[in-house]
Design a protein around this ligand. Structure first.
Ligand SMILES: [Zn+2]
Length: 52
């Protein structure tokens, strides 16, 4: 059973996100949006410096 990395929800669709310092995780839409707003999600390989 897959669960949200942050809140543990498993009753909703989960999105894969890549959290800085953590790696690839599964997130519910609410947590995914919150991390995105806090700029904690890596947005793929488009034009970013991958150093650091
Ligand atoms: Zn969640």
């Amino acid at each position: 059973m897959y669960k949200c990395y942050l809140c543990g929800r498993s009753d909703t669709a989960l999105l894969e996100g890549y959290v800085k310092g953590v790696g690839a995780v599964l997130l519910c839409p609410d947590c995914w949006r919150r991390l995105a707003e806090e700029n904690k999600l890596l947005a793929g390989a488009s034009g970013g410096c991958n150093c650091g």
